[in-house]
Design a binder for this molecule. Structure first.
Ligand SMILES: [Zn+2]
Length: 142
């Protein structure tokens, strides 16, 4: 990307450029941090003059650009979300076709039987008090 010189930005701030060149420079400002810094340095020196010399629709153009970028970002988010839904649907269909859910359903009663005692163990453990090691900090100095 070709950049504008400090002299260019100085001419810009003094209003010494034609409208087309000013527009090109303003579009460049929206994309280029280096030139934005050059411009802001000059604008800091000649702040009031520079602000007065900005084309009246510069701010409107800036907001239009920001809104367009926001819409683009929202569109990307939506298409990513749609992709995730489609991927989840495809995975579900593949698992259904492969009988994965049937296998899980068939194994479920045995799994429930094996884990039936876990809630009772948790209750007994809590009733007996949680093991002290859980609360002992080995790094503590005392
Ligand atoms: Zn630049």
């Amino acid at each position: 990307m070709a950049h504008y010189s400090s002299a260019d930005w100085s001419r810009y701030c003094r209003g010494a450029l034609d409208r087309n060149r000013r527009r090109r420079m303003e579009r460049h400002l929206l994309r280029c941090d280096r030139c934005l810094n050059s411009y802001l340095e000059l604008a800091g020196e000649e702040e009031a003059e520079a602000a007065a010399l900005l084309l009246p629709d510069f701010e409107a153009n800036l907001w239009r650009l920001i809104r367009r970028k926001q819409r683009e970002a929202a569109r990307k988010r939506k298409s990513r979300l749609l992709f995730n839904y489609i991927a989840a649907a495809v995975i579900t269909l593949v698992l259904m076709a492969g009988g994965a859910f049937d296998a899980v359903a068939a194994g479920l009663p045995a799994l429930l039987k094996e884990t039936r005692h876990i809630p009772r163990l948790i209750n007994e453990t809590v009733a007996a008090g949680l093991p002290g090691e859980l609360f002992h900090n080995e790094n503590r100095a005392d």
